[in-house]
Design a protein around this ligand. Sequence first.
Ligand code: PMP
Length: 442
Amino acid sequence: MTAMDHLDSLRAGYAARRPQSQNHQVRARHVMPGGNTRSVLHMDPFPIVIARGHADELTDIDGNTYIDCAGEFSAGLYGHDDPVILEALHEAMQGGLVLSGPNRYEVEFAELLCARFPSVERVRFCNSGTEANLFAIQTARNFTRRDRIMVFEGAYHGGVLTFSKVPASMTVPFDWVMAPYNDIETTRALIRAQGSDLAAILIEPLIGAAGNLPAHVDFLRMLREEATRVGAILIFDEVKTSRIGARGLQGETGVTPDLTSLGKYLGAGLPFGAFGGRADLMDIYDPSRADALKHAGTFNNNVMSMAGGLAGLKHLFPPQCAAEFLTRTEAFRQALDCGLADAGLEVCFSGIGSMLSFHLGRRVPQAPTEVNPRSVLLRQLVHLNALERGLALTPRGDIYLSLPMDDARLTQIREILVAALSDELPFVAQANAGFQHKAMTS
Ligand code: PMP
């Protein structure tokens, strides 16, 4: 059987076992373009519709239950219904919603964020990671009175902040220059060439969208040095990576940016974003200043995100727990690598701690441009295969581990992944170039 026939047959089996999700898609198509309101959730033939989540499990409307390694693209760190979060949300609701003023939760939440992330001396809240990055960029542009930002090829910083050689029509038309990720010499030369035109350098220190590829510490150090040298603001997008270790990836690498954008799990399942950094930079928003910049947003401090986020960070994920979680999840990745080697599979896992992806070959790509197109195909096949084994990854093959997962659960996940990879790898090995292209664009 060709790889294409195999993919078709996986999809046919998938569809046959999920009639309710299929019906849902038919209905959705009448009122939402393509039946979809969030592009990343689209998949062929249709996505699974989720009825409910409990701890680290999802159940779809056809009654299938899955271990949840999709983890809401990292926002699902606390699982689906942790009692601590639910209680905090119930309590917040008792106090009423839409209060038109500062509330009881936001200062303590801000204090925790400032105490935790080395770069964050002051913080402001918003409603998504996209917004956090937009505000961080505008903070840097206003502070430096410069326009241009440096971004990295293959980076994703939000729905209107996608950067690749092929121009993305949804990307905000900032004056941006693109640099190669993890390439010290080329990027250093580019920064120096931009010199005093450069307002900011924006980087996700573990580039997620391209398959969880960590930045080299030396590369980040170079960015830190060169940003200071040309007077540009270094922004770390830690929307996802702030879950790594006790102080985010800036704490783990020891490289402190000027500004940090945050989001995802920090809202404990509710819409959330935040940007923060050096006090002198952030204080341009102090409304008592004559030259204050305005940062508006009706729901910036909405009680639900504030109360849920505060409860999660304070009670479920204090620095010590985050450090332990990193150790446990790093051990998981190493065990997974051993499992693959034992099974003789030419696959490796990239990422740090609870954020993982897999790639063909035994060496993790160092930059998005190095990702083998056939890895994309492998992820599509493994995604479908794993679903039938009761494990949900993201459709593009990312894996996010969550706090409710105990060691027995991690073992189960490892076994399923090794089995699914063993099944699917032979099909990818024999796929031809035409197939690769089709798989990537579908
Ligand atoms: N930055 C990164 C690194 C992200 O992965 C994402 C979302 N996947 C965002 C920003 C945007 O966050 P949001 O979806 O909350 O707008």
